[in-house]
Ligand binder design. Structure first.
Ligand code: FYN
Ligand code: ADP
Ligand code: MG
Length: 570
């Protein structure tokens, strides 16, 4: 990239905050920015593009932020989101908090109003103390006050986002800084690239032997892969650990495909059995949070011991005592385990019992997937989608919703690492279109987003972003006409709070926004439309008409929903 000298004053070549920020990002390998422009950051977008980089301009900052966070997850480099001040910043902050919660590296850069006025609360344009508001929602919140600090601030943001447990960083840039000038030569000298920003962290040998001894003594060991393991990008090492030890594995949702769902040691289809019956569980980049029933209770059956590989030392014992913590980066820890477990006996009997159970479950599901119903349900529609996607293993699948999420996770196999992006640790709705943009941009390959009609609504307008950039994204909307279900009766003189306008036509919405639109009422029509869309590479919405009675309240996590029994008939 060229060093853009702005002007010469009194014989000194000058640069400014805009240029230094862009050069610092470029120098650190950032080429894509996701954001939404306006006061005071508008110039960044135009100048960034003029320098040969890509700026993806969204309709709401929250979705730009989700895109940046997913870019971070997929590439292991911080995804960058740029927003305007106060309201734009706050919209972006939701995504920054989500990135931090999910351990995705992301940098949110927001312009802010004049410090003197904000700090005295004198009512500036979009006045807000953004620096402090961001603080509890990310790993670090920094403000740049001087142009000569831009280089160090960007490096500090990158190292903070990537090192240890990855997460979000906020960079606050007061408007005035962007146009503040300094000597171009001095400015250039202030920029640099961090050495080894996400260093390997080797586990202690004593911790490795403790874990190895525990695993060697296990009769029914289980490997549980989380999205931290997918993020770590040591796919071959993880597969080798699994194959060399013969230990069955089951993936958390975004770790699906890290080792193929069709691998003979995949125990996903015997999930409840392996969680309950295993005696030693090796957690690799997965937390024992709500998604794993906190490591206790009936989900986990009897007594068991955990080995936990994680880079964040205080994750250990967060829910239940961990017998063998392995603190370090996943690649180093996995390879240390491989060395220690060389030649250990494989749990073949346990593996065959699991395979038997899994085959039974798969056969039962196969019947449901091919059973015709008068109106499509989740199973026969997803069965049709699954059959098409088998032939497209390298698409990224984006998945959000409640029933749509739970059923698609179960039905659709993933074959390759980091090819599934979903609602993550918070189970957040609205990640759909932002994630689809990032996945298409960062992988250069097609994306299929399977969204519940409710979930899609949270980011629907970004479908125009998809058509504008002509991205190869197919959105399948599982349209049952409501939240969870679409058949709730309206209370007298009111509209039910759980249903949508049944006249909604998402295929027409696509056409209105410059894309292709197809309405599919049968599994055959759905398969045909998906195949055609993948072949064409054109942005498409398939409005998949699902039985309004097909959903279940809260999907498979209905146990978390609180209901009142007062005044209800027994
Ligand atoms: C899995 N299963 C299969 C297969 N794969 N059956 C047949 N074939 C295949 N290939 C079976 C598996 O054995 C389980 O049955 C069942 O499918 C469900 O598997 P899942 O989804 O892995 O497990 P579970 O217990 O339903 O859920 C675990 C979870 C997951 C909490 C990690 O549900 C999750 O990620 N939930 C996120 C929910 C969320 O965020 N929702 C958004 C908010 S919605 P059994 O073995 O019989 O148990 C707001 O309302
Ligand atoms: P899932 O939801 O799939 O169970 P989580 O997001 O709960 O996954 O857990 C991911 C874990 O992975 C986090 O605790 C995080 O600290 C850890 N992690 C992320 N990257 C690495 C890495 N490179 N090495 C070790 N641990 C990592
Ligand atoms: Mg719905």
């Amino acid at each position: 990239m060229k060093n853009d000298i702005q002007e010469v004053a009194e014989g000194v070549e000058l640069t400014d905050g805009f240029h230094l920020l862009m050069e610092a990002l470029e120098m650190n390998g950032i080429t894509n920015i996701y954001g939404l422009l306006g006061i005071p950051v508008t110039e960044i977008g135009r100048m960034w593009q003029a320098r040969g980089n890509k700026f993806f301009s969204f309709r709401n900052e929250q979705n730009a932020g989700y895109a940046a966070s997913v870019a971070g997850y997929l590439t292991k480099k911080p995804g960058v989101c740029v927003t305007v001040s106060a309201p734009g910043f706050l919209n972006g902050l939701t995504a920054l908090a989500n990135a931090t919660t999910n351990c995705f590296p992301m940098i949110l850069i927001s312009g802010s109003s004049e410090r003197e006025i904000v700090d005295l609360q004198q009512g500036d344009y979009e006045e807000m103390d953004q620096l402090n508001i961001a603080r509890p929602h990310c790993k670090a919140s920094f403000r740049i006050n001087r142009t000569e600090d831009i280089g160090v601030a960007v490096v500090r943001a990158i190292r903070t986002a990537l090192s240890g447990r990855p997460g979000g960083v906020y960079l606050d840039i007061p408007a005035r800084l962007f146009s503040t000038t300094m000597s171009a030569e001095e400015g250039q000298k202030s920029l640099f690239v961090p050495v080894d920003p996400a260093p390997a962290q080797l586990p202690a040998p004593s911790a490795v032997s403790r874990a190895v001894d525990l695993i060697k003594g296990a009769k029914k060991p289980l490997i549980l892969l989380g999205k931290g393991a997918a993020y770590a990008q040591c796919d071959a090492d993880i597969k080798a650990l699994i194959e060399e030890t013969g230990i069955p594995f089951t993936p958390m949702s975004m770790a699906k495909g890290l080792v193929s769902d069709t691998h003979p040691q995949c125990a996903a289809a015997a999930r409840s059995m392996v969680l309950q019956e295993s005696d030693v569980v090796i957690l690799i980049g997965a937390r024992l949070n709500w998604l794993l029933a906190h490591g206790k209770g009936k989900t986990w059956g009897g007594a068991k011991k955990f080995v936990q590989i994680d880079i964040q030392a205080n994750e250990i014992d967060s829910n239940v005592p961990i017998a063998a913590p392995l603190i370090g980066d996943i690649e180093s820890c996995v390879n240390a385990l491989r060395a220690g477990l060389k030649g250990a006996a494989k749990p073949t009997e346990w593996m065959s019992a699991i395979a038997e159970r899994a085959n039974g479950t798969k056969a039962k599901l196969a019947t449901k997937l091919t059973t015709a119903t008068p109106v499509m349900n989740y199973f026969n529609s997803l069965g049709a989608i699954r059959d098409v996607l088998k032939n497209y293993p390298d698409i990224t699948l984006v998945n959000e919703g409640a029933n749509t999420l739970d059923n698609a996770r179960m039905v659709i196999d993933q074959y390759l690492p980091r090819k599934r992006v979903d609602t993550g640790t918070w189970g957040v709705m609205g990640i759909g279109m932002g994630s689809a943009v990032a996945a298409a941009v960062e992988t250069g390959k097609p994306v299929v987003a399977i969204c519940g009609d409710s979930a899609f609504g949270f980011s629907a307008m970004e479908y125009e972003t998809i058509t504008r950039y002509n991205l190869p994204v197919t959105v399948i909307i599982m349209n049952n006409g409501g939240i969870y279900r679409g058949d709730e009766a309206n209370p007298e003189h009111q509209v039910s709070c759980m249903i949508f306008n049944p006249k909604t036509k998402y295929d027409q919405f696509s056409i209105a926004l410059g894309g292709e639109g197809v309405r599919a009422e049968t599994p055959e029509a759905l398969a045909k439309a998906l195949e055609a869309s993948l072949k064409s590479g054109k942005p498409t919405i398939i409005d998949a008409i699902i039985d309004p009675a097909a959903g279940v309240e809260s999907g498979r996590i209905g146990n978390l929903n609180i209901v009142s029994t007062i005044g209800k008939k027994k």
